[in-house]
Write a protein that binds this ligand. Structure first.
Ligand code: SF4
Length: 348
């Protein structure tokens, strides 16, 4: 949430909701002037309506909140625990974090998640790359350098989250992806010509055909409105990624036309995939059983490369490995896109 920093003239505007208090903020989405108290109430009520209208949760479900220690997931943990209590959703909520093993970044942000565990009384599960794959990101970067590190990290994170969710026996994972993230992803998928991802990146619930569905309660929430007690430094391995350019472009658009973010999401939702477009067939990895459209999932291919001292194996979006160790040029549509948002955030 950003306070309107312009000095107030005498006779400053009143909140457009309560018409009593002085407006303290201008909502980025609507440009409405609003007081702090009404902003919190409206913000939480909007999320509640999104949850109801999209039937994100059912009573009795176990829900893991993907928690990175960043602002989005911290606010999500707060809002979901608050709405669960206030509206009797009947959910069992958990925090689920992935420790990539990045010294000076993830170890610090995990401290924020541990604080959230105490603040909101939500049990926390941390799964680490070291335990799951035998490698930390520090070790991977030492071997491969800073060029494709986010490919490894993004692929491993997606699986790590699913594996952590399976350990917690949850029905769904809620992630803190916001409207800006989704608009960026729509643009990126258009720029990459990635029809498979374009067709699913605006869905508020994804992966219903996979191991554990994911949902995005902040799908329509602007990033500027999400700001609380959060950890905000960037990953030390953060590259000058393609996503960063899309992000800047969207910020420029937003400055000219605040609705642009929602308009891009709407455009993404309304794309129709031609029935003649060939979509990848989904199966399971022969090695680990994870969802994959090739014989081996992307994580197994990347891991094989690391363990064989051939880290470039499996890099590039059309190359995988067959179980005989040969390159397979079919594309794995379930592989997460290359760059995560900056970061600690969870791919979709
Ligand atoms: Fe991993 Fe994100 Fe850091 Fe890349 S920027 S190494 S995806 S945490």
């Amino acid at each position: 949430m950003e306070a309107d920093s312009k000095p107030k003239k005498s006779g400053a505007r009143l909140c457009c909701v309560c018409t009593q208090n002085r407006a303290a903020l201008k909502r980025p989405k609507t440009l409405e002037q609003i007081c702090r108290e009404c902003f919190y109430a409206v913000f939480e009520e909007e999320i509640h309506q999104v949850i109801l209208e999209n039937q994100l949760f059912k009573p009795g479900e176990r829900i893991a909140i993907g928690a990175s220690g960043g602002k989005d997931s911290t606010v999500l943990a707060y809002v979901l625990s608050e709405l669960n209590r206030r509206h009797n959703y009947g959910l069992d909520l958990f925090l689920l974090s992935v420790d990539e093993g990045i010294t000076g970044y993830r170890d610090d942000s995990l401290e924020t998640v541990k604080r959230n565990e105490l603040q909101y009384g939500l049990p926390l599960k941390i799964v680490s790359y070291k335990d799951l794959y035998g490698w930390t990101m520090d070790e991977i970067v030492k071997m491969i350098g800073l060029k494709n590190n986010c490919t490894f990290c993004g692929v491993f994170r997606r699986q790590a989250l699913d594996r952590g969710a399976a350990l917690l026996k949850v029905d769904k994972v809620a992630t803190g992806h916001n409207a800006d993230d989704i608009a960026e992803t729509v643009l990126l998928n258009i720029l990459r010509g990635d029809i498979a991802r374009l067709s699913r990146c605006t869905s508020i619930i994804t992966g219903e055909d996979g191991p554990i569905p994911r949902c995005k309660p902040f799908k329509y929430t602007y990033e500027k409105e999400i700001k609380l007690d959060y950890f905000s430094t960037e990953c030390i391995y953060s590259p000058n990624a393609y996503r960063g350019f899309a992000r800047e472009f969207i910020k420029d658009l937003e400055r000219i036309r605040p609705r642009a973010i929602l308009d891009i999401i709407k455009s993404g939702e309304d794309f129709r995939i031609s029935t003649t477009t060939k979509m990848p067939e989904q199966g399971t990895c022969e090695r680990c059983g994870y969802i994959s459209s090739q014989k081996w999932c992307k994580a197994c291919v990347l891991l094989e490369g690391l363990n064989r001292g051939l880290p470039k194996l499996g890099i590039g979006r059309t190359q995988g490995l067959n179980s005989d160790g040969k390159k397979d040029r079919k594309r794995d549509s379930r592989t997460p896109s290359i760059e995560s948002k900056q970061c600690g955030s969870l791919e979709f």
